[in-house]
Design a protein around this ligand. Structure first.
Ligand SMILES: Nc1ncnc2c1ncn2[C@@H]1O[C@H](COP(=O)(O)OP(=O)(O)O)[C@@H](O)[C@H]1O
Ligand SMILES: [Mg+2]
Length: 245
């Protein structure tokens, strides 16, 4: 079943076509990686899906709904989640409190007001912090932690709400090898329940995590397929992979 689809979607900045008539189809529950050299249009495409940028042409569908003109909040309500910047947003709250707050949003008040409901939210928040490698700083103030840790808190926050579609732009940037492996496990667990589209530079990580890979170059899709298919594709090797090995 198709969950997310762009048809002839383009976005220009002045004279520059950052995304050029892209047809992207992502099935429900898929874990899709977007790869490509710097400036290929990966972030722009992700922003078009999230609604933070409007397309210059083309259309975008979520399931059987046309969301081309839907605003970011409308898309969020329809289940398109993305990591957003925590910086300054939760002044005075600890990392644990930020997550508990996000989780409460999805639970009716009559449930989280009960001791059992509150305990469930505490447990889920603790699990999300653990999964994001933030357990040891759970009680530190969220706006005072380092940039790298804030980035992880943002991912934990996006994951905690188990969105229908999760968009992540280089979620592993700045993480240690251990943290990357932990996040890979988390994303594997979330895939299936959520459809995930992520941009990632670490090609080994992409190959071992993504079910399918889309290679962008100059705003267009150069090749697409399973990690092995993309790895073997001569055009992909020319454009991107050769330089990575
Ligand atoms: N807001 C913007 N204004 C002008 N040019 C932009 C803007 N965002 C991206 N671009 C340009 O669009 C192209 C694609 O950028 P981007 O989508 O960020 O690439 P990637 O994420 O693959 O590195 C680049 O040439 C970039 O300079
Ligand atoms: Mg980018």
């Amino acid at each position: 079943m198709i969950e997310l689809q762009t048809t002839g979607v383009s976005r220009s900045f002045g004279g520059l076509l950052a995304v050029d008539r892209v047809d992207l189809t992502v099935r429900r529950g898929e874990l899709r990686a977007l790869i490509g050299p710097n400036g290929a249009g990966k972030s722009t495409l992700l922003n078009l899906l999230a609604g933070t940028l409007a397309p210059s042409a083309g259309s975008i569908r979520l399931g059987d709904r046309n969301i081309t003109r839907a605003s970011v909040p409308q898309r969020a309500l329809l289940g398109i989640g993305r990591s957003f910047q925590v910086v300054n947003l939760f002044e005075g709250l600890t990392c644990r409190q930020v997550l508990e707050l996000a989780l409460q949003r999805d639970v009716p008040m009559r449930r989280w007001a009960l001791p059992s409901g509150a305990a469930a939210i505490r447990r889920r928040a603790a699990e999300a912090l653990e999964a994001a490698g933030l357990a040891s700083i759970a009680d530190e103030e969220s706006t005072r932690i380092s940039h790298g840790l804030q980035k992880r808190l943002e991912i934990a926050l996006a994951l905690a709400n188990a969105p229908r579609v999760l968009l992540l732009d280089e979620p592993m940037a700045g993480m240690s090898a251990e943290e990357r492996i932990a996040l890979r496990e988390t994303l594997r667990q979330v895939a299936g329940r959520s459809t995930i589209v992520f941009v990632e530079h670490d090609i080994e990580m992409v190959m071992s995590l993504a079910a399918s890979v889309t290679l962008l170059h100059n705003g267009t899709i150069v090749c697409e397929g399973t990690p092995d298919e993309v790895r073997r594709n001569p055009v992909a090797q020319d454009v991107y992979l050769r330089g990575e090995r």
